[in-house]
Design a protein around this ligand. Sequence first.
Ligand code: PLP
Length: 375
Amino acid sequence: MKPETLAAQALHELDAATGAIVPPIQLATTYARDAGYQLIGPGYTRDENPTPAHAERLLAALDGGIEALAFASGMAAATAVFRAVCRPGDHVIAPLVGYFNLRNWLEKLSARWGIALDLVDTTDLAAVRAALRPGTTRIVWIETPANPTWEVSDIAALAELAHGAGALLAVDSTCATPVHTRPLALGADLVMHSATKFLAGHSDVLAGMLVTAQHGEAWARIRELRHDEGACLGPFEAYLLLRGMRTLYARVERSSRTAQVLADRLAALPDVVVRYPGLASHPQHAVAARQMTRGFGSMLSIQVGGGAEAALGVIRRLAVWVPATSLGGVESLVEHRYTVEGPDTPTPSDLLRLAVGLEHEDDLFDDLREALAGR
Ligand SMILES: Cc1ncc(COP(=O)(O)O)c(C=O)c1O
């Protein structure tokens, strides 16, 4: 079946006891044993709970993986990969541009655990090849499109490079979602999503997901780590996530279409630089056109010139866009990442990140045009 059908029907898993067409929430943390002292169901919720397990099965199907694991947040999912796979003395490659909180955490991990870390421009294959240490590099981590300037990394080429050096390729696909990119089909080993964003889709649940292409030692260690440390997703959150995933394709295709319209219109305005993989002027547009499907995502950024004050002035004049962090919800958000990330950030001070939601494109564009005219 097509992914829209799998998502809309949450895998067509009707409740056997009642025929309910909405997946039920199972809140029990513990489960009885039978007369032979055998478990009838899962056992204990930190190991398994039917509600997150349903969301895991659905995402594994949408991402084309063999299994998924739900975590309490995107950061819990991402950090589990490094902590499960790496040992002191190992080497990791991560992107120069990407979710800043993970980059900061990797720097702490590197210092505290004795793991060598190279922050590399992962759009530059020669740079990645030069950084790889065959036999010692355990993980090549990429984010594509990458927060907040939306560089696109070539998943298939990087998978080949990583595998040639004996490393895993893990992809933060939060902003692409399974709608636009299926990294496992392109050769990646692991996919990570901050499910807080597009998968859940309504800015009301914190969740993370990992999906694997194969059952290997790395996956077994990740599963063990989630069990041992308990960073699992609660059933209420999993219920909301599953509910959001049922409309994933309709939401993401719509917001991505609007993002393309906004990028095209904003690019025609004077003194605005637009960063969006769907524009022919984007430096990796050809890679994006090859590896992304059904559009180029719902995230774009603009540079307004004039530094931080000018960018904050534009935000103050906006009436429709909500000034808030995060992305992937039904409402469009604008954020000045330079303020949020702090003075060490590589993010330009005049950059505004735009997370496109489901409002009408004319309302979103007119609001931006008027705010920009006030510069
Ligand atoms: C691309 C990306 N990866 C990971 C994360 C972390 O996810 P969470 O906030 O669910 O922990 C975020 C959050 O903003 C993100 O944007």
